[in-house]
Design a protein around this ligand. Sequence first.
Ligand SMILES: NC(=O)c1ccc[n+]([C@@H]2O[C@H](COP(=O)([O-])OP(=O)(O)OC[C@H]3O[C@@H](n4cnc5c(N)ncnc54)[C@H](O)[C@@H]3O)[C@@H](O)[C@H]2O)c1
Length: 382
Amino acid sequence: MAQTTTTAGIGLAVIGCGAIGRIRSVLAREHPGVAWLGLCDIDADTLKQLAADTQADFATTDLAALLARPEVTAVIVATDEREHVDPILRAVEYGHPLFIEKPLATDPVESERVLAAIEAAGVDAVVGYTQRFRRRFLAVKQRLRDQQIGAVTSVVTRAFMNRMVPEATLRKVDDTTNLTPMVVSGTHSLDMCMWLLAGKTPVEVYARSTDVVLGDLGTKDGTFGVFTMDDGTILSMNINWALPAVWPGAVYGLEIGIVGSEGVIDIEDTHRDVILASEHGQPAGYNSRGFEAPATRHIDFLGSYPPGDLSDGLLWGPMREETMSWFSRLSKGVRTPHATAAEGHSNLLLTMAMDLSARRGTPVALPISPEELQSGLREDAP
Ligand SMILES: NC(=O)c1ccc[n+]([C@@H]2O[C@H](COP(=O)([O-])OP(=O)(O)OC[C@H]3O[C@@H](n4cnc5c(N)ncnc54)[C@H](O)[C@@H]3O)[C@@H](O)[C@H]2O)c1
């Protein structure tokens, strides 16, 4: 992979200075390969605070002004889910390598347009599927590469999430179209399964959803589905993000079971290995834009915040490895397991195919075009 930095080092532009843009910017300041840091956010206060905390070299509310800076050699897009398309397309025009938070877009046709622009420009664009950098999954991936369990025949995954996450995410927007549990959060566990099952292609999905708790918020509680792969492998993909706010898992808990013809791998990532019980209330796991926990949790599964764990003001865990290794990828051409833009696009279509199947109450044949998904999800709206 070509190195993509100047001799002076990486000139990093971060677009979106909220919870995740902040983490990545702070890490950039720690990395010796990052020589220059420029920030953009449409919210002046958020921008000012992060610029001060990171001693940024440049800060602006005008995206064009940041991208036009000659120091910029790489771009992170960390805006809200619905605000990725414009910054990506504008950054692609400069040909810089990109790190994009998931999803590529919240509309399947837009996502395809974004992917086409990235591929036409030949830029190295990766998508933030952070869990690929959690050690246990990297170890499992290697055992699968080494054929340790023979041919994989069936996979079951279950993601449980505290409802604070959809509440914090959805209160930020007026339009909740396609902000479903699969598109926003299930995409992480779907990506994990697709990555672990690399080489197999989904040919059909059948799914069901429920929205008793979060329907009024404009989303669903959960979606359970079964994918069939081209070689007959079955994948049961299940998420519910409506667990009560007092649930000890602050954000995400995952189980994945992978059964092969000569073995099995059973992954426990629910964080019940470190449990805190306290007379003091525990903080909300997801602190986007001042969201405050709606209920007091006295039991906490430590480690359930997917990016990692804060200690002495610094974040340790998968998002550190993901961000720092991206800088190594840029400056040294290091081979890394980041998801490509094509994988991000494929994941979006698969999550939406689950939503479409659940709406129709019938199986959906795969692959399905972005146009059919778009019209199907609109027309079939209840
Ligand atoms: N990889 C992970 O584990 C992980 C975890 C949480 C969130 N995410 C993703 O990261 C992204 C950001 O989430 P967040 O929690 O940081 O949200 P956030 O709301 O805390 O921050 C988003 C920021 O983007 C700014 N913004 C919005 N539109 C903009 C624009 N056009 N130009 C410049 N700035 C703009 C907002 O003002 C806000 O400060 C989302 O796509 C989310 O899905 C990833």
